[in-house]
Write a protein that binds this ligand. Structure first.
Ligand SMILES: [Zn+2]
Length: 111
């Protein structure tokens, strides 16, 4: 693995089948929006799918914490920090619960 991946194409999609978020590892349900990226990393290419909840974390991290992140380790940017703000703690808690409430419903996307 090189230090940087090159994203060749990306966009938001609506799931026509069940996918898995490559950040929180939860199932992305049919009909749910997610972010899709096709990337190259050295001689390896692959797809990275991110649920809306984790995309909100990505936006937050890129604006407030770090100007970069590693695929699959996005939450570490928050979890390894001091978690001083309520938003840090809320995003970290939601991620750890894979965005599911105790009653089984999904959390709202944190903005
Ligand atoms: Zn996710």
């Amino acid at each position: 693995m090189s230090d940087w991946v090159m994203v060749l194409s990306e966009g938001d999609r609506t799931a026509k089948k069940i996918h898995r978020c490559d950040e929180c590892l939860r199932k992305i349900s049919i009909g749910e929006s997610y972010h899709h990226e096709f990337y190259v990393d050295g001689s390896y290419s692959g797809y990275h799918k991110t649920c809306q909840h984790c995309m909100a974390i990505r936006q937050y991290v890129l604006v407030h914490i770090n100007d970069t992140f590693i695929y699959g380790q996005l939450i570490d940017e928050i979890g390894n920090g001091p978690m001083e703000s309520w938003k840090d703690r809320l995003m970290y808690a939601g991620y750890r619960r894979q965005w599911k409430r105790k009653d089984g419903k999904m959390w709202k996307v944190i903005k």
